[in-house]
Design a binder for this molecule. Structure first.
Ligand code: GTP
Length: 351
């Protein structure tokens, strides 16, 4: 299955969910509209066929619309068409009610706000134009009747539509907003993680380093930054292939996770370079953590399989009082790493 298949599948799943949600909302909406419209049609002594049509709209249409969208190639598009048809039906009923003010305004408002929340401004405009078009055709064909009086019966029949439907619409909008918030948090988290490893990326690391520097400015103390590089990683790739190289990166990131404490931030800068931010950690304590990492790395299983030992070089730099920027601190740790490499690799060098 390729990426576009996955995308289509996700679209279909979210389309079906949308169709189900709309089915429930349509059942509720057409039922609540049924009573005020029926009340006005009876008061205006409209012919029997209008009542039969209204009943079909209220009790058959929601299921027909659901089945139509469910079996469509694109449930989402089909449901959007259903929403436009709903608006057209609204225009028809407003005309047949001779524009009786209370139910007409409430039905038109409910239909438009509902379309806005379901499909944005474009759907609302399409629905609005359809509603006005069908309204005008029906109304003109009838000789433009106007019924200004709202009876008490029609008023009471309209109240549940105002109260219940708007409440249901608010609940629905809130649940969509909650889901969007969760999605956005998830996207934010993904944007801060390395795409290959379950570890922070440079973006998140730099944010944390910045925070740490600001904290040290107000509360002086010791914090350390550890720069880690796999020795001869290029050779691992060249001799055993990129898959083994990737597996080695995963193992190193796991070792860093295990060695890290709750407030530490292990991160991958890119390639075979890792950094661990160690807040409230003296140079000696940082050295102890680095030694633990080196010990774990010396028994890395993946490379042992190929009778090849892989080692790490680690550079440590503590934050100094004059250090103000993230890049200054990172550079100090990188310089320490350079020294470790220069002195023969497989060792820890502290500034
Ligand atoms: N498998 C794999 N390789 C990567 C990835 N990103 C970068 N590399 C490779 O990592 C290697 C990095 O090598 P260097 O750090 O420059 O050199 P080195 O062999 O580690 O040498 P020293 O650092 O001096 O010990 C390059 O060959 C890159 O192609 C990755 O995501 N997966």
């Amino acid at each position: 299955m390729n990426g576009s298949d996955n995308l289509n599948k996700n679209e279909r799943i979210s389309g079906r969910r949308f169709v189900r949600r709309m089915y429930l909302m349509r059942i509720l909406g057409t039922l609540l509209c049924f009573f005020p419209i029926l009340s006005v049609l009876q008061e205006l002594q409209r012919p029997l066929w209008t009542i039969v049509l209204l009943s079909a709209n209220a009790f058959l249409w929601p299921t027909l619309a659901f089945l139509r969208a469910r079996h469509a190639r694109s449930p989402l598009n089909s449901e959007h068409q259903n929403l436009v048809i709903d608006a057209g039906a609204g225009g028809l009923w407003i005309a047949l009610m001779a524009v009786n003010p209370l139910p007409s305004v409430v039905i038109a408002t409910v239909l438009l706000t509902d379309r806005l929340s379901a499909g944005g401004f474009i759907l609302m405009r399409k629905a609005g134009l359809t509603m006005v078009g069908i309204f005008l055709l029906t109304w003109l064909a009838q000789g433009m009747p106007v019924e200004r009086v709202v009876t008490q019966r029609t008023m009471f029949a309209t109240l549940p539509l105002i109260a219940i439907y708007l409440l249901a619409l608010s609940v629905l909008t809130d649940s969509i907003a909650v889901k969007l918030r969760m999605k956005s948090r998830e996207l934010e988290r993904i944007a801060m993680m390395d795409p290959l490893l379950d570890i922070a990326n440079r973006r998140l690391l730099e944010k944390r380093i910045q925070y740490e520097l600001e904290k040290l400015r107000t509360t002086p103390g010791h914090s350390s930054l550890m720069f880690i590089d796999i020795d001869n990683f290029k050779e691992v790739n060249d001799r055993f292939g990129h898959k083994v190289g990737d597996a080695l990166l995963v193992t190193v990131s796991k070792i860093l996770h295990v060695a890290s404490r709750k407030n530490d931030t292990p991160a991958r800068l890119g390639g075979d370079e890792f950094v661990v931010l160690l807040p409230d950690t003296s140079p000696d304590e940082a050295h102890a953590v680095a030694t633990q990492i080196m010990n774990e790395a010396s028994i890395m299983p993946i490379v042992q399989e190929y009778a090849f030992t892989c080692t790490l070089s680690i550079g440590i730099a503590s934050a100094l009082p004059g250090m103000h920027t993230v890049s200054e601190w990172l550079k100090a740790a990188d310089d320490a790493l350079y020294q470790a490499k220069r002195l023969g690799k497989n060792q820890i060098y502290s500034h």
